[in-house]
Design a protein around this ligand. Structure first.
Ligand code: GDG
Length: 458
Protein backbone atom coordinates (compact mmCIF):
# COMPACT_ATOMS: atom_id res chain seq x y z
CA UNK A 1 0.00 0.00 0.00
CA UNK A 2 1.34 3.47 -0.87
CA UNK A 3 1.63 6.23 1.69
CA UNK A 4 -1.23 8.39 2.90
CA UNK A 5 -0.43 12.06 2.33
CA UNK A 6 -2.47 14.34 4.60
CA UNK A 7 -2.56 18.04 3.75
CA UNK A 8 -4.09 20.53 6.16
CA UNK A 9 -3.69 24.20 6.92
CA UNK A 10 -1.48 23.49 9.97
CA UNK A 11 0.79 20.57 10.83
CA UNK A 12 0.55 18.96 14.29
CA UNK A 13 2.40 20.96 16.95
CA UNK A 14 6.11 20.04 17.26
CA UNK A 15 6.97 18.10 20.39
CA UNK A 16 3.47 16.62 20.63
CA UNK A 17 3.02 13.01 19.56
CA UNK A 18 0.77 12.58 16.52
CA UNK A 19 -2.56 11.70 18.07
CA UNK A 20 -1.94 13.51 21.33
CA UNK A 21 -3.14 16.95 20.23
CA UNK A 22 -6.69 18.06 19.36
CA UNK A 23 -8.78 17.92 16.22
CA UNK A 24 -7.53 16.27 13.09
CA UNK A 25 -4.46 14.67 14.66
CA UNK A 26 -6.71 12.81 17.12
CA UNK A 27 -9.14 11.81 14.38
CA UNK A 28 -6.36 10.39 12.20
CA UNK A 29 -4.24 8.80 14.96
CA UNK A 30 -5.24 5.17 14.34
CA UNK A 31 -5.04 5.41 10.57
CA UNK A 32 -1.61 7.05 10.79
CA UNK A 33 -0.35 4.37 13.18
CA UNK A 34 -1.19 1.67 10.64
CA UNK A 35 0.49 2.94 7.50
CA UNK A 36 3.38 5.07 6.33
CA UNK A 37 2.25 8.65 6.03
CA UNK A 38 3.33 12.14 5.14
CA UNK A 39 1.63 15.20 6.64
CA UNK A 40 2.11 18.57 4.95
CA UNK A 41 0.96 21.94 6.32
CA UNK A 42 2.03 25.43 7.32
CA UNK A 43 4.79 25.39 9.96
CA UNK A 44 3.47 28.55 11.64
CA UNK A 45 6.55 30.56 10.52
CA UNK A 46 6.08 33.86 8.64
CA UNK A 47 9.02 35.53 6.86
CA UNK A 48 9.41 37.92 3.92
CA UNK A 49 11.06 35.08 2.02
CA UNK A 50 9.14 31.89 2.93
CA UNK A 51 11.21 29.57 5.07
CA UNK A 52 12.16 26.42 3.11
CA UNK A 53 10.11 23.35 4.14
CA UNK A 54 11.29 21.59 7.30
CA UNK A 55 10.89 17.87 7.92
CA UNK A 56 10.56 15.79 11.08
CA UNK A 57 9.38 12.24 11.76
CA UNK A 58 6.94 11.03 14.42
CA UNK A 59 6.37 7.29 14.54
CA UNK A 60 5.36 6.34 10.98
CA UNK A 61 4.55 9.87 9.82
CA UNK A 62 6.92 12.32 8.12
CA UNK A 63 5.79 15.86 8.86
CA UNK A 64 6.73 18.59 6.36
CA UNK A 65 6.08 22.20 7.37
CA UNK A 66 6.32 25.02 4.87
CA UNK A 67 6.70 28.74 5.60
CA UNK A 68 4.52 31.60 4.34
CA UNK A 69 5.09 35.32 3.83
CA UNK A 70 3.01 37.78 5.87
CA UNK A 71 1.26 38.83 2.60
CA UNK A 72 0.33 35.25 1.73
CA UNK A 73 -0.95 34.69 5.24
CA UNK A 74 -2.99 37.90 5.26
CA UNK A 75 -4.67 37.17 1.91
CA UNK A 76 -4.96 33.39 2.05
CA UNK A 77 -5.65 32.71 5.72
CA UNK A 78 -7.02 35.82 7.46
CA UNK A 79 -8.48 37.24 4.23
CA UNK A 80 -10.20 34.74 1.96
CA UNK A 81 -10.34 31.62 4.20
CA UNK A 82 -11.35 33.20 7.50
CA UNK A 83 -12.73 36.56 6.34
CA UNK A 84 -14.84 35.26 3.40
CA UNK A 85 -15.37 31.50 3.37
CA UNK A 86 -15.79 30.95 7.11
CA UNK A 87 -18.65 33.47 7.59
CA UNK A 88 -20.28 32.58 4.24
CA UNK A 89 -20.29 28.82 4.88
CA UNK A 90 -21.70 29.52 8.38
CA UNK A 91 -24.57 31.58 6.89
CA UNK A 92 -23.22 34.92 8.18
CA UNK A 93 -23.42 36.93 4.97
CA UNK A 94 -23.24 40.21 6.86
CA UNK A 95 -19.78 39.32 8.15
CA UNK A 96 -18.33 38.40 4.74
CA UNK A 97 -15.42 40.64 3.78
CA UNK A 98 -14.57 39.64 0.21
CA UNK A 99 -11.64 41.13 -1.69
CA UNK A 100 -10.53 40.03 -5.16
CA UNK A 101 -6.93 40.44 -4.14
CA UNK A 102 -7.38 38.05 -1.19
CA UNK A 103 -8.82 35.45 -3.56
CA UNK A 104 -5.81 35.79 -5.86
CA UNK A 105 -3.54 35.24 -2.84
CA UNK A 106 -5.64 32.24 -1.79
CA UNK A 107 -5.20 30.69 -5.25
CA UNK A 108 -1.50 31.57 -5.42
CA UNK A 109 -0.84 30.11 -1.95
CA UNK A 110 -2.60 26.90 -2.95
CA UNK A 111 -0.36 26.70 -6.05
CA UNK A 112 2.68 27.24 -3.83
CA UNK A 113 1.50 24.44 -1.50
CA UNK A 114 0.95 22.18 -4.54
CA UNK A 115 4.61 22.66 -5.44
CA UNK A 116 5.67 21.64 -1.91
CA UNK A 117 3.48 18.53 -2.29
CA UNK A 118 5.01 17.73 -5.70
CA UNK A 119 8.53 17.83 -4.26
CA UNK A 120 7.62 15.28 -1.59
CA UNK A 121 5.29 12.97 -3.49
CA UNK A 122 5.72 9.35 -4.64
CA UNK A 123 3.79 7.79 -7.52
CA UNK A 124 1.72 5.42 -5.34
CA UNK A 125 0.73 7.97 -2.68
CA UNK A 126 -2.94 8.72 -1.90
CA UNK A 127 -3.60 12.37 -1.06
CA UNK A 128 -6.22 13.54 1.47
CA UNK A 129 -6.79 17.30 1.62
CA UNK A 130 -8.58 18.90 4.58
CA UNK A 131 -10.89 21.85 4.79
CA UNK A 132 -11.82 25.17 3.29
CA UNK A 133 -8.32 26.65 3.17
CA UNK A 134 -7.35 24.17 0.46
CA UNK A 135 -10.28 23.94 -1.97
CA UNK A 136 -8.15 24.83 -5.05
CA UNK A 137 -5.38 22.37 -4.21
CA UNK A 138 -6.43 19.45 -6.44
CA UNK A 139 -6.65 21.75 -9.47
CA UNK A 140 -3.20 23.12 -8.67
CA UNK A 141 -1.83 19.57 -8.30
CA UNK A 142 -3.36 18.50 -11.62
CA UNK A 143 -1.82 21.58 -13.27
CA UNK A 144 1.56 20.22 -12.15
CA UNK A 145 0.76 16.91 -13.85
CA UNK A 146 0.16 14.98 -10.62
CA UNK A 147 -2.20 12.05 -11.35
CA UNK A 148 -2.45 10.56 -7.80
CA UNK A 149 -5.87 10.02 -6.20
CA UNK A 150 -6.89 13.16 -4.30
CA UNK A 151 -9.78 13.35 -1.84
CA UNK A 152 -11.14 16.38 0.00
CA UNK A 153 -13.04 16.61 3.28
CA UNK A 154 -14.95 19.77 4.23
CA UNK A 155 -15.00 20.08 8.04
CA UNK A 156 -17.37 23.06 8.02
CA UNK A 157 -20.90 23.24 6.57
CA UNK A 158 -21.55 23.60 2.86
CA UNK A 159 -24.31 26.22 2.67
CA UNK A 160 -27.55 26.33 0.71
CA UNK A 161 -26.98 27.04 -3.00
CA UNK A 162 -28.43 30.57 -2.79
CA UNK A 163 -26.01 31.46 0.00
CA UNK A 164 -23.03 29.99 -1.87
CA UNK A 165 -23.98 32.03 -4.94
CA UNK A 166 -23.42 35.21 -2.95
CA UNK A 167 -19.70 34.47 -3.26
CA UNK A 168 -18.48 36.40 -6.30
CA UNK A 169 -16.13 33.53 -7.23
CA UNK A 170 -18.58 30.68 -6.53
CA UNK A 171 -18.22 29.22 -10.02
CA UNK A 172 -14.47 29.10 -9.91
CA UNK A 173 -14.44 27.57 -6.45
CA UNK A 174 -16.95 24.87 -7.43
CA UNK A 175 -14.93 24.19 -10.57
CA UNK A 176 -11.84 23.80 -8.36
CA UNK A 177 -13.69 21.24 -6.20
CA UNK A 178 -14.47 19.15 -9.27
CA UNK A 179 -10.76 18.32 -9.67
CA UNK A 180 -10.90 16.11 -6.57
CA UNK A 181 -11.81 12.46 -7.03
CA UNK A 182 -14.00 12.51 -3.92
CA UNK A 183 -15.48 15.40 -1.93
CA UNK A 184 -16.67 14.48 1.58
CA UNK A 185 -19.19 16.38 3.71
CA UNK A 186 -20.19 16.10 7.38
CA UNK A 187 -23.92 15.61 6.71
CA UNK A 188 -26.28 14.47 3.98
CA UNK A 189 -27.81 17.91 3.94
CA UNK A 190 -24.44 19.60 3.13
CA UNK A 191 -23.77 17.01 0.42
CA UNK A 192 -27.21 17.55 -1.13
CA UNK A 193 -26.74 21.31 -1.04
CA UNK A 194 -23.58 21.02 -3.08
CA UNK A 195 -25.27 18.63 -5.54
CA UNK A 196 -28.17 21.08 -5.75
CA UNK A 197 -25.82 23.99 -6.47
CA UNK A 198 -24.14 21.93 -9.19
CA UNK A 199 -27.55 21.16 -10.71
CA UNK A 200 -26.93 17.45 -10.27
CA UNK A 201 -29.84 15.04 -10.41
CA UNK A 202 -27.68 12.56 -8.48
CA UNK A 203 -26.98 13.60 -4.87
CA UNK A 204 -23.87 11.38 -4.82
CA UNK A 205 -22.05 12.98 -7.74
CA UNK A 206 -21.72 16.28 -9.54
CA UNK A 207 -20.56 17.18 -13.01
CA UNK A 208 -18.83 20.52 -13.30
CA UNK A 209 -16.81 21.75 -16.26
CA UNK A 210 -17.01 18.31 -17.88
CA UNK A 211 -15.51 16.58 -14.83
CA UNK A 212 -17.44 14.18 -12.64
CA UNK A 213 -16.72 14.26 -8.91
CA UNK A 214 -18.03 11.73 -6.40
CA UNK A 215 -19.76 13.18 -3.29
CA UNK A 216 -20.04 11.39 0.03
CA UNK A 217 -21.20 11.91 3.63
CA UNK A 218 -18.65 11.11 6.35
CA UNK A 219 -19.67 12.45 9.78
CA UNK A 220 -16.47 12.88 11.79
CA UNK A 221 -16.25 11.08 15.15
CA UNK A 222 -13.98 11.02 18.20
CA UNK A 223 -11.90 8.32 19.88
CA UNK A 224 -14.87 7.51 22.13
CA UNK A 225 -13.22 4.75 24.13
CA UNK A 226 -10.15 6.81 24.95
CA UNK A 227 -12.16 9.92 25.81
CA UNK A 228 -14.48 7.94 28.11
CA UNK A 229 -11.43 6.43 29.79
CA UNK A 230 -9.93 9.90 30.36
CA UNK A 231 -13.17 11.00 32.00
CA UNK A 232 -13.53 7.87 34.13
CA UNK A 233 -9.87 7.74 35.23
CA UNK A 234 -10.24 11.09 36.90
CA UNK A 235 -7.01 11.96 35.07
CA UNK A 236 -8.09 15.57 35.11
CA UNK A 237 -6.41 15.28 38.52
CA UNK A 238 -6.04 18.37 40.61
CA UNK A 239 -8.10 20.57 38.29
CA UNK A 240 -11.01 18.13 38.33
CA UNK A 241 -10.94 17.89 42.12
CA UNK A 242 -10.82 21.67 42.41
CA UNK A 243 -13.83 22.03 40.11
CA UNK A 244 -15.79 19.51 42.20
CA UNK A 245 -14.85 21.28 45.41
CA UNK A 246 -15.77 24.72 44.12
CA UNK A 247 -19.09 23.54 42.65
CA UNK A 248 -20.09 21.71 45.81
CA UNK A 249 -23.69 20.52 45.73
CA UNK A 250 -24.70 22.92 42.92
CA UNK A 251 -25.75 21.62 39.52
CA UNK A 252 -23.13 22.30 36.86
CA UNK A 253 -23.74 23.36 33.25
CA UNK A 254 -20.73 23.43 30.91
CA UNK A 255 -19.85 24.90 27.52
CA UNK A 256 -16.53 24.48 25.69
CA UNK A 257 -15.99 26.42 22.48
CA UNK A 258 -13.29 28.30 20.61
CA UNK A 259 -14.16 32.00 20.79
CA UNK A 260 -15.97 32.10 17.45
CA UNK A 261 -19.16 33.79 16.26
CA UNK A 262 -20.40 30.51 14.78
CA UNK A 263 -20.69 29.01 18.27
CA UNK A 264 -23.67 31.12 19.32
CA UNK A 265 -22.19 32.25 22.64
CA UNK A 266 -24.13 35.54 23.06
CA UNK A 267 -27.45 33.69 22.60
CA UNK A 268 -26.36 30.96 24.98
CA UNK A 269 -25.44 33.43 27.73
CA UNK A 270 -28.68 35.30 27.09
CA UNK A 271 -30.58 31.98 27.30
CA UNK A 272 -28.96 31.20 30.64
CA UNK A 273 -29.81 34.73 31.84
CA UNK A 274 -33.42 34.16 30.81
CA UNK A 275 -33.45 30.85 32.68
CA UNK A 276 -32.23 32.61 35.83
CA UNK A 277 -34.76 35.42 35.38
CA UNK A 278 -37.62 32.93 35.19
CA UNK A 279 -36.40 30.52 37.88
CA UNK A 280 -35.49 32.25 41.12
CA UNK A 281 -35.62 28.82 42.84
CA UNK A 282 -32.47 27.88 40.99
CA UNK A 283 -30.51 30.91 42.18
CA UNK A 284 -27.54 29.73 44.17
CA UNK A 285 -28.14 26.15 43.03
CA UNK A 286 -26.70 26.12 39.52
CA UNK A 287 -23.38 27.17 38.06
CA UNK A 288 -22.45 27.56 34.39
CA UNK A 289 -18.81 27.07 33.40
CA UNK A 290 -18.00 28.42 29.93
CA UNK A 291 -14.47 27.58 28.71
CA UNK A 292 -13.67 29.74 25.70
CA UNK A 293 -10.06 29.83 24.45
CA UNK A 294 -9.31 32.81 22.19
CA UNK A 295 -8.96 31.97 18.49
CA UNK A 296 -8.15 34.03 15.38
CA UNK A 297 -7.46 37.06 17.58
CA UNK A 298 -6.00 38.88 14.56
CA UNK A 299 -9.38 39.00 12.76
CA UNK A 300 -11.43 42.14 13.64
CA UNK A 301 -14.80 40.34 13.99
CA UNK A 302 -13.30 38.11 16.66
CA UNK A 303 -11.97 41.03 18.69
CA UNK A 304 -15.34 42.76 18.75
CA UNK A 305 -17.12 39.54 19.71
CA UNK A 306 -14.74 39.13 22.60
CA UNK A 307 -15.69 42.56 23.91
CA UNK A 308 -19.40 41.76 23.54
CA UNK A 309 -19.06 38.53 25.53
CA UNK A 310 -16.95 40.16 28.24
CA UNK A 311 -19.77 42.70 28.65
CA UNK A 312 -22.54 40.07 28.71
CA UNK A 313 -20.77 37.85 31.23
CA UNK A 314 -20.04 40.85 33.48
CA UNK A 315 -23.63 42.10 33.32
CA UNK A 316 -25.11 38.65 34.04
CA UNK A 317 -22.94 38.18 37.10
CA UNK A 318 -23.50 41.78 38.18
CA UNK A 319 -27.24 41.19 38.08
CA UNK A 320 -27.49 37.78 39.75
CA UNK A 321 -24.32 36.99 41.72
CA UNK A 322 -24.41 36.75 45.49
CA UNK A 323 -21.50 37.13 47.87
CA UNK A 324 -21.27 33.31 47.89
CA UNK A 325 -22.44 32.45 44.35
CA UNK A 326 -21.15 33.30 40.87
CA UNK A 327 -23.73 32.05 38.36
CA UNK A 328 -21.40 32.18 35.34
CA UNK A 329 -17.70 31.43 35.20
CA UNK A 330 -16.57 32.69 31.82
CA UNK A 331 -12.95 31.84 31.02
CA UNK A 332 -10.77 32.77 28.03
CA UNK A 333 -8.26 29.99 28.49
CA UNK A 334 -7.84 26.37 27.52
CA UNK A 335 -7.36 23.22 29.61
CA UNK A 336 -5.65 19.88 28.91
CA UNK A 337 -7.89 17.33 27.20
CA UNK A 338 -7.92 15.06 30.24
CA UNK A 339 -9.13 17.89 32.47
CA UNK A 340 -11.85 18.75 29.98
CA UNK A 341 -13.03 15.13 29.97
CA UNK A 342 -13.26 15.15 33.76
CA UNK A 343 -15.06 18.52 33.72
CA UNK A 344 -17.69 17.23 31.26
CA UNK A 345 -18.29 14.22 33.49
CA UNK A 346 -19.09 16.43 36.45
CA UNK A 347 -21.61 18.46 34.46
CA UNK A 348 -25.36 17.90 34.63
CA UNK A 349 -25.93 19.83 31.43
CA UNK A 350 -23.75 20.25 28.32
CA UNK A 351 -24.57 23.40 26.35
CA UNK A 352 -23.66 23.10 22.66
CA UNK A 353 -25.68 25.75 20.82
CA UNK A 354 -23.80 26.90 17.70
CA UNK A 355 -25.71 29.00 15.16
CA UNK A 356 -24.14 26.70 12.56
CA UNK A 357 -21.44 24.03 12.87
CA UNK A 358 -20.02 21.40 10.51
CA UNK A 359 -20.19 18.70 13.18
CA UNK A 360 -19.18 19.93 16.68
CA UNK A 361 -16.96 17.47 18.47
CA UNK A 362 -17.63 18.94 21.91
CA UNK A 363 -21.16 17.46 21.70
CA UNK A 364 -19.68 13.99 21.15
CA UNK A 365 -17.01 14.45 23.82
CA UNK A 366 -19.67 15.47 26.34
CA UNK A 367 -21.62 12.27 25.64
CA UNK A 368 -18.46 10.12 25.79
CA UNK A 369 -17.53 11.54 29.20
CA UNK A 370 -20.81 10.80 31.03
CA UNK A 371 -21.42 8.13 33.67
CA UNK A 372 -23.72 5.37 32.41
CA UNK A 373 -25.52 5.25 35.76
CA UNK A 374 -26.05 9.01 36.13
CA UNK A 375 -25.51 10.82 32.83
CA UNK A 376 -25.82 14.54 32.19
CA UNK A 377 -28.06 15.96 29.45
CA UNK A 378 -26.80 17.41 26.17
CA UNK A 379 -28.58 20.54 24.93
CA UNK A 380 -27.74 20.68 21.24
CA UNK A 381 -28.37 23.17 18.44
CA UNK A 382 -30.39 21.78 15.57
CA UNK A 383 -27.86 23.53 13.28
CA UNK A 384 -24.84 21.51 14.42
CA UNK A 385 -23.96 18.58 12.15
CA UNK A 386 -23.99 16.43 15.29
CA UNK A 387 -27.76 16.96 15.56
CA UNK A 388 -28.30 14.60 12.64
CA UNK A 389 -26.69 11.80 14.65
CA UNK A 390 -27.38 12.49 18.34
CA UNK A 391 -31.07 11.64 18.58
CA UNK A 392 -31.01 11.62 22.40
CA UNK A 393 -29.95 15.27 22.81
CA UNK A 394 -32.43 18.02 23.68
CA UNK A 395 -32.57 19.99 20.43
CA UNK A 396 -32.87 23.76 20.42
CA UNK A 397 -33.07 26.48 17.82
CA UNK A 398 -30.10 28.62 18.95
CA UNK A 399 -31.74 31.81 17.66
CA UNK A 400 -34.51 31.30 20.22
CA UNK A 401 -33.19 32.51 23.56
CA UNK A 402 -36.41 31.42 25.31
CA UNK A 403 -36.00 27.91 23.90
CA UNK A 404 -32.46 27.77 25.32
CA UNK A 405 -33.83 28.84 28.71
CA UNK A 406 -36.56 26.16 28.48
CA UNK A 407 -34.03 23.46 27.54
CA UNK A 408 -31.76 24.33 30.47
CA UNK A 409 -34.73 24.02 32.83
CA UNK A 410 -35.85 20.74 31.26
CA UNK A 411 -32.33 19.27 31.39
CA UNK A 412 -31.85 20.20 35.05
CA UNK A 413 -35.18 18.65 36.01
CA UNK A 414 -34.96 15.52 33.84
CA UNK A 415 -35.51 12.24 35.72
CA UNK A 416 -32.76 9.64 35.72
CA UNK A 417 -34.55 7.07 33.53
CA UNK A 418 -35.07 9.60 30.73
CA UNK A 419 -31.48 10.89 31.02
CA UNK A 420 -30.18 7.32 30.88
CA UNK A 421 -32.20 6.30 27.83
CA UNK A 422 -31.33 9.47 25.90
CA UNK A 423 -27.65 9.07 26.75
CA UNK A 424 -27.62 5.37 25.82
CA UNK A 425 -28.84 6.11 22.31
CA UNK A 426 -26.18 8.76 21.78
CA UNK A 427 -23.36 6.75 23.34
CA UNK A 428 -24.23 3.84 21.03
CA UNK A 429 -23.98 6.19 18.07
CA UNK A 430 -20.57 7.67 18.97
CA UNK A 431 -19.22 4.22 19.88
CA UNK A 432 -20.03 2.94 16.39
CA UNK A 433 -19.05 6.03 14.43
CA UNK A 434 -15.60 6.76 15.81
CA UNK A 435 -12.79 8.88 14.36
CA UNK A 436 -11.16 5.75 12.99
CA UNK A 437 -14.39 4.57 11.33
CA UNK A 438 -14.71 8.05 9.77
CA UNK A 439 -11.19 8.02 8.33
CA UNK A 440 -11.47 4.45 7.08
CA UNK A 441 -14.80 5.02 5.38
CA UNK A 442 -13.48 8.14 3.64
CA UNK A 443 -10.34 6.36 2.45
CA UNK A 444 -12.20 3.31 1.20
CA UNK A 445 -14.64 5.55 -0.72
CA UNK A 446 -11.63 7.31 -2.24
CA UNK A 447 -10.10 3.96 -3.22
CA UNK A 448 -13.44 2.97 -4.79
CA UNK A 449 -13.33 6.04 -7.06
CA UNK A 450 -10.00 4.75 -8.39
CA UNK A 451 -11.25 1.20 -8.85
CA UNK A 452 -14.20 2.57 -10.85
CA UNK A 453 -11.75 4.44 -13.08
CA UNK A 454 -9.45 1.51 -13.84
CA UNK A 455 -10.17 -0.35 -17.09
CA UNK A 456 -11.55 -3.84 -16.52
CA UNK A 457 -8.88 -6.43 -17.41
CA UNK A 458 -9.77 -8.56 -20.41
C1 GDG B 1 -14.11 22.33 12.98
C2 GDG B 1 -15.60 22.52 12.63
C3 GDG B 1 -15.99 20.12 13.23
C4 GDG B 1 -11.83 23.36 22.86
N1 GDG B 1 -11.37 24.01 23.94
C5 GDG B 1 -10.36 23.29 24.43
C6 GDG B 1 -10.18 22.18 23.62
N2 GDG B 1 -11.09 22.24 22.66
C7 GDG B 1 -11.30 21.19 21.66
C8 GDG B 1 -12.61 20.49 21.87
C9 GDG B 1 -12.84 19.86 20.50
C10 GDG B 1 -12.17 20.86 19.57
O1 GDG B 1 -11.34 21.71 20.36
C11 GDG B 1 -13.20 21.76 18.89
O2 GDG B 1 -13.84 21.03 17.90
P1 GDG B 1 -15.27 21.43 17.36
O3 GDG B 1 -15.74 20.32 16.48
O4 GDG B 1 -16.19 21.65 18.51
O5 GDG B 1 -15.11 22.81 16.59
P2 GDG B 1 -14.07 23.54 15.54
O6 GDG B 1 -12.80 23.88 16.18
O7 GDG B 1 -14.83 24.70 15.00
O8 GDG B 1 -13.80 22.45 14.38
C12 GDG B 1 -16.47 21.56 13.44
C13 GDG B 1 -14.50 20.00 13.43
O9 GDG B 1 -13.78 20.94 12.64
C14 GDG B 1 -14.00 18.59 13.05
O10 GDG B 1 -14.37 18.24 11.76
O11 GDG B 1 -16.66 19.29 14.17
O12 GDG B 1 -17.82 21.68 13.07
O13 GDG B 1 -16.01 23.87 12.84
O14 GDG B 1 -12.16 18.63 20.39
O15 GDG B 1 -12.50 19.59 22.94
N3 GDG B 1 -9.23 21.24 23.81
C15 GDG B 1 -8.43 21.41 24.90
N4 GDG B 1 -8.55 22.47 25.75
C16 GDG B 1 -9.50 23.44 25.55
O16 GDG B 1 -9.63 24.36 26.34
N5 GDG B 1 -7.48 20.50 25.15
Amino acid sequence: MGRLVVISNRIPVAGARVGSTGGLAVALADVLARREALWIGWSGVLADVPEPPTRRRTRRTDIVGFGLTPEMHAGFYSGFANGTLWPLFHYRLGLVDYRRDDYQKYLATNSYIAEVVRQNLRPDDTIWVHDFHLIPLARALRALGIPNPVGFFLHIPFPAAEVFRALPVHRDLAEALSHFDLVGFQTDSCRRQFADYAGSGDPHAAEIGGRRVTLGTFPIGIDTQRFSAYAADGDGGIESARLAESTGTRALAIGVDRLDYSKGLPNRIAGYGEFLARNPDWHGKVQYLQITPISRGEVANYRSMRRELDGMAGRLNGKYAEFDWTPLRYLNRGYPRKSLAAFYRQAHVGLVTPLRDGMNLVAKEFVAAQRADDPGVLVLSEFAGAASELAGALKVNPYDVDAIADAIGKALAMPLDERASRWKADFGCISANTATAWAESFLSALAATQAAREPIAA
